[in-house]
Design a protein around this ligand. Sequence first.
Ligand SMILES: Cc1cc2nc3c(=O)[nH]c(=O)nc-3n(C[C@H](O)[C@H](O)[C@H](O)COP(=O)(O)O)c2cc1C
Ligand code: SF4
Ligand code: SF4
Length: 286
Amino acid sequence: MKVALFFFSGTGNTWKITEYIKSYLIELGHDTHSYSIERKDLNWDEFLPEVLSESDIIGIGYPVYGSDIPIIMKDWVKEILCKYSKDKKNNPRAFVYDTMAMFSGDTPLIMRRRLKKCGFKVKQAINIRTLCNIPQMPRLMVWEEEKQKEIFNKAEIKGKKLIDKVIENKKWVMRRDPFTRIVAIIQRVSLRAEINLARKMFEFDMDKCTLCGICVDNCPVDNLSIEETEDKPKISYGPDCIVCMRCFNSCPQDAIIVMKRTRDTEKYRRFRGQVPGFNLSKVKKG
Ligand SMILES: Cc1cc2nc3c(=O)[nH]c(=O)nc-3n(C[C@H](O)[C@H](O)[C@H](O)COP(=O)(O)O)c2cc1C
Ligand code: SF4
Ligand code: SF4
């Protein structure tokens, strides 16, 4: 079979899970490719219709943000994927995998519903636990190497189980119980407010910043730029942030502050390099 995986990954976890899934599919003899939805070298208008018509199955992967789908993924599905979905008969089958630190709410169901609306049959929609990427919540952070390995081993097993179900065309839809759905609704509503609040909390410590441009080059929504001022250049933060935490976690100088307390970089150690084999070029190049 021919399989295409489309993913968004802010800090590497979803990339890693996509790699597990891809390797397993290849091991099983399926022609599989993965594409980060951030890729600017792809002309989606030409590329996507071709991939959709050639593929038997597509997978959609992304991190959970407060029981919701990241805005960048919602927009890609709505404005790009759904634009080229044909009809129920001719579309490839689709499956969904969310990555999360602890609780995904009913996010897999929400994506499933969106994909079904634009004509995809989705029999598998699940979440997979990975590592937390928000050091502002130190209790959720896992730093011990052994524990990290354990989490990723379990994630790999779950990824393989997902693929087995996909191949057998058996249903596996998680998080449908009423309790999860109610908590998720509450979390979604509060996250929207929190994201707006978080956007106001981004600061750039220009005493530490070396103007290396890493954050500017790697922001998935081009929200950052280096602004010349009469005094010293500074980092300008625009209105489009999706709070993926990539810049905050990957600044080599820890010069990005999101909440005053994260000036304490020992207590709020940034999440980077925890995923074996990850570097930012992986999400830019797929
Ligand atoms: C803004 C934001 C909100 C998040 N909300 C949740 C959440 O509600 N539940 C959860 O389990 N993890 C949550 N996380 C953690 C991420 O979902 C998790 O670390 C994910 O695997 C990150 O994937 P990535 O490295 O591919 O970006 C959140 C992360 C961010 C940045
Ligand atoms: S990554 Fe950090 S040091 Fe580099 S430009 Fe951005 S804020 Fe400055
Ligand atoms: S500004 Fe930082 S947190 Fe916001 S979208 Fe860009 S990289 Fe992500």
